[in-house]
Every structure is written in structure tokens, then in C-alpha cells.
Design a protein around this ligand. Sequence first.
Ligand code: NOJ
Ligand code: CA
Length: 711
Amino acid sequence: MKYILTLFMMALALVANARTETLKSPDGNLEMTFSLSEEGTPGYALSYSGREVIKPSPLGYTFRGDASAKDPKTYMHVSYGTVDMGSGFVFVDAVRSEFDQTWEPVWGEESHIRNHYNELAVTLAKKDFKGKVGKDVQMVLRFRLYDDGLGFRYEFPAQDNLKYFIVMDELTQFRMTGDHTAWWIAGDYDTQEYNYAQTRLSEIRGTLPKMIFNNASQHIAGPTSVQTSLQMKTDDGLYINIHEAALVNYPVMTLTLNEEEQSFKADLTPDATGYRGRLCAPCTSPWRTVMVVDDARKILASRLILNLNEPCALEDVSWIRPVKFMGVWWEMITGLRSWAYGSRLGHGANTENVKAYIDFAAEHGFDALLVEGWNEGWRDWFGNQKDEVFDFVTPFPDFDLQGLNEYAHAKGIRLMMHHETSSSVVNYERHLDEAFSLMKKYGYDAVKTGYVGDIIPYGEYHYGQFMINHYNRVLKKAAEYKIMVNGHEAVRPTGLCRTYPNLVGNESAMGMEFRGRVLPHHVTILPFTRLQGGPMDFTPGIFEMDMRKNNPNSTQQIHSTLCKQLALYVTQASPIQMAGDMPKNYEKHPEAFRFIKDVALDWDKSVYLAAEPGDYIITARKAKGSDEWFVGGVTDENAREMTVSFDFLEPGRKYMARIYADAKDADGVGNTPETGSESCAKYEIKEMKVTSKTRLKVKMAPSGGFAISIK
Ligand code: NOJ
Ligand code: CA
């Protein structure tokens, strides 16, 4: 009897620990359930209008055992073991709140953003932490439920029994309800420069090796590993997107798929010693985000990632401005000239050549000119890991630093600085103040940074915590100097541009520099994935798709029509936009070039007219503080005829539209080294009056598109 009673009491104690709390989105469509199991394992589940979206999925961590434990005789560190932070929790309390505020970004896709969510903060205690009786550790799980998705994060408040700790593993899972279609790139701790695959979850393992090609730095995270932002679609038409927001002092999360369970598990980028994060309470994880909507356009319209970031941290933002720029750049990418002074190809950034670019950029109303290969170091690094390469202040002898800046300023152009760090990161940090001071001295207000090659310190990855802190340090330091940052090969953004709006761009995905490798559907996916975290320096505006015309030694053919290149200025919003091609290629198409000159960079409003990941996107945007609208449409390898309804315009007003459309015989895919690229550059430009009642049929060629400017 006593035995049975004991069992009964034990069962009661366990059940008493079990707990659920539910949270609904403001519109009631999404419901999140937090649960604590009898064993004290925290978890969550998510449903949309009664349809299960995320099955009950565990939360928590594995920490490393006591870091200070040493053998008292040898003073050697003893085997640390692990501390389970994924079970054994007890419920402390749950606090609910609602938030509804509208804020104004410094730049972006719209001038006003509503931040409206319901919040649940659950405090849990881990009893007898590390097996020490009476030592409790508290962990808060904060959930924010929006109409278009969920954000949640871990918080470790300041407390007596937890200060410094090491993460061995984050246990967060996202358990799917089926073999969804996914648009994904391979999980890699060093790069996102891959094409997207569109497959079922069950096909990821088989497809992944086919999506990989060489990069100067790469480390595939696993055979079923994918990057966030990960876009999915269920068979019954729900769009699910997993990403993270506000990545600060923490490694990047990639996702590892378990095919049998159809679940993803967080995989944090390790540091050089294999650990997955070194934290110090009080601290928080980034937000883990799950968008859920019933229409693909609502993913594009979602501001979830930005909303989960902290408000602007800069008091004065008057110096942050949209920038349209050209570059002494494409001729190096196409192998026509070199970054390096003394190269047998010839040095691109020589004073005379830069002057010619300044003249052209000024004549066509650009704001800035990027000059790459201006500084010492380029001859002494390629392909090697070397600590001291660049000092970021010494120009090559044929680059007149002062004279060119004066020449540019006299013509209303600013030069854009280039800091290729060669991934020698500590070296860059050593020189940062001097480098930024030099920029201020000569009047540069924007820097393009770059991280080509494996990271020094050796063994660190581009997406590890060390590097995340580096990118953020550069951003803050740049803000002190009133410098805007456009980071290439840096971590894919997570909405941090809300807090630091001087982060005006990132590459962090495959851009036009990959030329013929860019698949036609790429730009129909990027706005769903990479661009969720912030704008991309995609470097659109390539007019010559036949690389042999630039450089007879190059066989790369770009698979895009010219009009598709124009459309990208609208479908891929960014406050900095480059016209990537060379002046001579724009001179061949002055009428089409006009769109690049006219298009705005900052917006009051964006309307997503049509969208399906992997297929097409049509977006209309109203320029900030003006009555002008711009529309862009892109398609994958399939030709499409679509109808644009102009009902976004103000009713009763008449507008003039200038339409840049693929010609009937245009073709962005069929160009080969044999056929040449003439079919890409076939377009028609026409002007017509439009009102909010206008319906316009537009044809897009295979890998084609269209662009419209409306006044
Ligand atoms: C890669 C960048 O994406 C590209 O734009 C740049 O020209 C090279 N690195 C050299 O820094
Ligand atoms: Ca790159």
C-alpha cells in the first residue's frame, strides 16, 4: 500500500509540473501553444486557423559543464561533460502583454511599419543546476505572435548561479507536418553563394551535393543542412518561412533536417574550438522566426524580422542616404582588368580610368562611384591566408587618392570606399580607425567591405559568433564615423538595419557577379529568403549578357533578358543600388538605361501584385515623398503573360507610364556561346496614359521581365 501511495504521489508531482499556455495572434488566426512536459522539457507548437503548422517541438540547450573545473593536482582542465538545459525545468510564471506601435524606418520598402503582436513570457527554473542541490537557474522563453508569424527567443536574466556559460548545442526544433516543398540553399558555415533548389523536404539529401560548387571559403554544415531564411509551402497552400532576427553576439543558425520526423533542428555555427556560443548573463538568443501566411505575397509584405529588432540606436541619422552608384568593378569581375597594380591585365583603378567613370556617372546623375583595387595588398594575397595584407590607407601609385576625390566632388559624385579584408579580420580591426579616418579626410561616406577566403583567426567561420561580433563592431564603429556599410561575404542579415540603419546593404547570397551561374529562378526566390533580413547589393543592371563581348576569353553567358535586369531595381528593394555594367554597355542602350537613372531607391509604400517563389514576382512601389510609382516583374525560365492592374494608383488621377518590356522574340535562357546574346537585349519601350482602372497585359520572355515608371 505504501508503495502504491508513493507511486501515486510521484505521478501527481510529475503531472503537477506539466503546463500549457496558449497565445493567439492579434487577428486570432495563429495560435501558439507553449508546453512544459512532465519531465520539464519546454516546447511549443503553432497552428493557423486550426491547421497544425509546427508540431509540438522541443526547446532548450545543452551547456558545457563547469568551465573552471580543474584537477587539483595537475591543474589541467577536467573533462567538462555537459549540462542538460532541455529538461528538468519547473514553471515559475507566465506574463502576457500586447504591443501595437507604428514606427518609421530611416529607409525601406515603406515609410511606416506597424509592429503589432501579443506576447507571452514564460519563466522556467532549472532546479539543482549542474546537480548542485538548491542552485537554480532561470531561463525565460519570450514568444511574440504576429498576424503573419511567430518570434521566440531564449533569455538568461542576470542571476547568482549563472554568469559565463558555453553553449554546446541549441535544441530548438521546427517539426513540420508534411513533406513540404522548400526553396533552400545548402547549409554552410562560410557562404550563402549557392543557387536555390526547389524540392520536397525528402529530396534535400539527394539534391544537396548537386547544388555545391567551389567558393573561396566554404564549409558544408551537413548532408541535410539548409540555410535560413528557408521558404516552404504546404500542399494545402500555406507558406512557411523560418529565419532568425536580431543576430547579435551569437552564431548563425543553420537547420538540420531529420527526414523521418520531417523536423528541422537548430545547428549553431561552431567556433574554432567547436563550441556553439560563449555567453554571459544577462543575455538573449536571437529571435527564431516562423512566418505563416496563406498567400505568397504576404511573405514579401511581412515586416516580422524588422519588427523583432531593436529600434534605431543612432541619434543622428541625417547622414544616411540612399545611393545609386556605378563601379570600377565589372571589368575586373569579367577578367578584363585586375584589382592589382602591375598585373599583366592592366590595373582597373588607375587615375585616368577612374576619371572616365566619374565623368560617365556624373553625366547620368549617379550619386557615387565604387572603386575596387585602389589600395596596396592585392598583389600579395590571392588564394593564400595571410595575416598582414592590406592597411586600407595606402593607395597604389597610379591611384591619385586626393585628386580623384576632388575631381569627383566637383562633379557631384562621391567615391565609395572598398575594403577587401581578405578575411584577415584581426588585421582589419587593427586598422579600422585609421581606415575610417582616411575616408572622412577625403570625403567618403560609404564603404563596401569584403571577406573573401577563409577567416583569420584560423579555424573561425564566417558565420560564427566571433565573426558576428566583428561585423557588428565594424557597423558601430562606422556609425561613429558617419559611414554607411555594404558588407560582402558577411553574414546574411537578420533585420539589424532597423537598429543600425547605416547597414545599407549586404551581399551574402549569390549576386550578379556569378554571371552565367545564376539560375533564372534565383531572383524569384531571393525576396522570400535572403531579402527577408535586409537589402542585398545584388548589383543588377547588366546589359551585355554575352561575356565574350567584354572579354574574348570569357565564355560565361548570363541567362536574363535586359528588361529583367531593369525589373530587379524594383523587385529587390535596396537603398543602395548599383548599375553593375560598364559605361560602354549602357551607351548601347540609352533608352533602357533611362529606367536605371529614373528609378527611386527609397519608398513610401510597396504593393506586391503577384508572387510565387521560384516562378514570378511583380511589385509596385511608390517613391518616398513623391507621386512617382515604379513597377517591376520577373519570371523564372518560363515565359509568362500576366495582367498588371494599376489599382494601386490614386483613383481619378491620370498618370503617364513608360513601359520597358521584353520583345516578342526576346529570350533570356536560349543564349549560348554559339547563339550569342542578342535575344536577351530585345525589348520594346512605350509610353501610355494610365489610371487606377488600367489593366495591362505584359509578356515576359523566358528568364525575362518588365519595368514600368509612372509619373
Ligand atoms: C567579392 C565581392 O562580392 C565582389 O563584389 C568583389 O569585387 C570581390 N569580392 C573583391 O573584393
Ligand atoms: Ca561575393
